[in-house]
Design a protein around this ligand. Structure first.
Ligand SMILES: [Zn+2]
Length: 231
């Protein structure tokens, strides 16, 4: 299925960074710091540092740009929880939640990557006098890599297309993965979860329908309870 037109209008590097952020947010378990650095280190917006031998490397790969090894993965686990909270606010559709989310994002951006933009490209049109100067961000740490794509989601007007998978898995746990809406994946994050999700939805609708009928007859509703949700 072709991506939505709106995604094609987004500069590929911006779109890629948003997808990397969603990957980070959906990581089931962060086991080591490198897992997170690797997710972002080769993105073109990440700051490059020149070494003495003339080579340039991503700043995320240099120890003094990284968080202390003894801090383990906890700072990233905290970041993940915070970003999940922001995305939940974005999804909620409540105006006040959205305001909270955008305020949080702009505060964080101001704090994390303020002054770290550099002009990326100057575009002029010959016939008319309008000029555009595009600034390419320089992301100088994991936090900048996490908060900048949140801003991009709003900048490109796709905040309403963020979805959270609502399927209940075999283990009884809610999937909860965040993803971008596509015509193929509207409510659930992948093909398997889509099949399972619609099955669960049909069953819930049926159960509610049965109880509505019973209610009309003055009978007590059936408590469907938590029988296996795996099928
Ligand atoms: Zn899912």
């Amino acid at each position: 299925m072709a991506p939505l037109v709106i995604y094609k209008r987004i500069p590929p590097d911006d779109y890629d960074l948003i997808q990397r952020l969603l990957k980070f947010v959906n990581l089931g378990q962060i086991e080591w710091q490198n897992q997170v650095y690797k997710l972002f280190q080769d993105h073109p917006y990440v700051m490059k540092v020149s070494l003495e031998d003339g080579k340039t490397v991503s700043c995320l790969m240099l120890p003094h740009w990284q968080i202390r090894p003894e801090d383990g993965v906890q700072p990233f686990v905290n970041d993940q929880a915070e970003i999940r909270r922001v995305l939940t606010l974005v999804i909620s559709r409540k105006r006040s939640d959205l305001t909270d989310a955008t305020r949080l994002i702009s505060d964080k951006l101001g704090e994390k990557i303020k002054g770290n933009y550099r002009p990326g490209m100057v575009r002029t049109t010959a016939r008319r006098a309008d000029m555009t100067v595009l600034f390419q961000p320089v992301l100088d740490g994991v936090e900048a890599c996490l908060w900048y794509p949140l801003f991009l989601i709003f900048q490109h007007g796709i905040d309403k297309l963020i979805r959270r998978c609502g399927v209940t898995l075999r283990s009884g746990i809610f999937c909860g993965k965040f993803f971008l809406y596509t015509p193929t994946f509207r409510k659930y994050c992948n093909t398997r979860h889509t099949e399972l999700g619609y099955k669960q939805l049909r069953r819930r609708t049926f159960e509610q329908w049965i109880n509505k009928q019973r209610d009309a007859l003055g009978r007590k509703p059936i408590k469907w309870g938590s029988r296996s949700r795996s099928k």
